[in-house]
Design a protein around this ligand. Structure first.
Ligand SMILES: Nc1ncnc2c1ncn2[C@@H]1O[C@H](COP(=O)(O)OP(=O)(O)O)[C@@H](O)[C@H]1O
Ligand SMILES: CC(=O)OP(=O)(O)O
Ligand SMILES: [Mg+2]
Length: 394
């Protein structure tokens, strides 16, 4: 049977899935899983369609880049040994940054890849790993078509105002503007919404993608009109290890007074801040919610406060608030975070039902809530498989 290999290479993980293309793109992957914890103690976990589960440690060495490469090699060797007799005819990849050019998925070749290399400085935690995975597949499965699906593409519908920084025109003309990310996730969730919130899906909707990377998107008629992430994926909400929005004056201060250079600042903004930096304990929301430490609570409080502040801002961009939708690892599983965000957004008419929220129900709004509130699991891999099948007419 023919299948599409999907690779979603993230900052500390590589997610993968094999989707059979026949007779039509399968709803469930034949095989899926991830290598998590790259940079710490990487572990491969996977499951097949029959429910069989696999789990094994992954040995990596060297710096972050070498570890990512080792993890990919491990994954391909593992896939070769565990592929359930599927004939891989194409690969689809999540590529975080597509710049101004890409508003849709694209067939990848060395020419396109070299152009995408140019965005590595704008997405240092993702883009290098995304592109390495494409080049690795080109060596391991020579000749198969590969498709790049961009996190930025979904946001290309945003009005010019929402994309602009208040910078001199010459700098804006060089492409320094807001792009927005997590677009594959927003696209997937937006397509589920008519079934979950009915006609409100075409109104003013805010989707909060709260994972290790976290952002929010304002939609109107199912299309992105604004988002919290900007030129890079470090903007907006507080994240696992990223600052989110920061007074740019702080950077000037750190450069001038603390003599930090670009490399040190990149580390600070992307890897040492967010939940990890504020708590001093962990970047993992599960650990923080279970911790009795005051610093853990402060980190969670700031995470929720920042979300609530951005809900106000995005409601302004969307011209109202008909629905609030949670997704991503934290959005789907952390009931206390949803409770706190809802309480802080009560003034906008958000009210959730405690029982439904604790049960992670699809609809968690209270009967007297003006705003529909939902929990919709995201599936970036499925979105990539679908785009790849469409583009290649598989
Ligand atoms: N049951 C849970 N309760 C609270 N947080 C959770 C739970 N499961 C996962 N998370 C959190 O979700 C985050 C990872 O989200 P995910 O969307 O998988 O990340 P990534 O951005 O790497 O794809 C982590 O902070 C993790 O602690
Ligand atoms: C764009 C981004 O932040 O992605 P992730 O959540 O996978 O880190
Ligand atoms: Mg993610």
């Amino acid at each position: 049977m023919k299948a599409i290999l999907v690779i979603n290479a993230g900052s500390s993980s590589v997610k993968f899935a094999l989707y059979a293309t026949e007779p039509e793109l399968a709803a469930k992957p034949a095989l899926s899983g991830q290598i998590e914890g790259i940079g710490a103690t990487p572990m491969l976990s996977a499951q097949d369609a029959a429910g069989l589960r696999y789990r094994e440690p992954v040995h990596t060495a060297g710096g972050q880049a070498e570890q990512h490469r080792d993890a990919l090699n491990h994954l391909f060797a593992w896939l070769a040994a565990h592929n359930p007799a599927l004939d891989i005819v194409a690969a689809g990849h999540r590529i975080v940054h597509g710049g101004e050019l890409h508003s849709a998925p694209v067939r990848l070749n060395e020419f396109v890849l070299r152009d995408l290399d140019g965005f590595v400085p704008l997405a240092p935690l993702h883009q290098p790993h995304n592109l390495r995975a494409v080049r690795a597949v080109a060596v391991l499965l020579p000749g198969i078509p590969q498709v790049g699906c961009f996190d930025t593409a979904f946001h290309r519908t945003q009005p010019a105002l929402a994309q602009a920084f208040a910078l001199p025109r010459a700098i804006t003309a060089r492409g320094v503007k807001r792009y927005g990310f997590h677009g594959l996730s927003y696209d997937y969730v937006a397509r589920q919404l008519p079934d979950v919130i009915g006609a409100r899906a075409s109104g003013a909707v805010l989707i909060a993608h709260l994972g290790n990377g976290a952002s929010m998107c304002a939609l109107r008629d199912g299309k992105s009109v604004a988002s919290t992430m900007g030129f890079t994926a470090v903007d907006g909400l507080m994240m696992g290890t990223r600052t989110g929005s920061l007074d740019p004056g702080v950077l000037l201060y750190l450069m001038e007074q603390q003599h930090m250079d670009a490399k040190a600042l990149t580390n600070l903004l992307y890897k040492e801040s967010g939940l990890l930096g504020v708590s001093g304990i962990s970047q993992d929301m599960r650990t923080l919610l279970a911790s009795p430490a005051r610093e853990a609570k402060e980190a969670v409080d700031l995470f929720c406060y920042r979300i609530a502040r951005e809900i106000g801002s995005l409601a302004a961009a969307a011209g109202g608030l008909d629905a609030l939708v949670f997704t991503g690892g934290i959005g789907e599983h952390a009931a206390p975070v949803r409770t706190q965000v809802a309480e802080l957004s009560g003034w906008l008419g958000v009210k959730i039902d405690a029982q439904a929220n604790a049960a992670h129900a699809t609809r968690i709004d209270a009967t007297d809530s003006r705003v529909a509130v939902a929990v919709v699991p995201t599936n970036e891999e499925r979105m990539i498989a679908r785009y790849t099948a469409e583009l290649l007419a598989l």
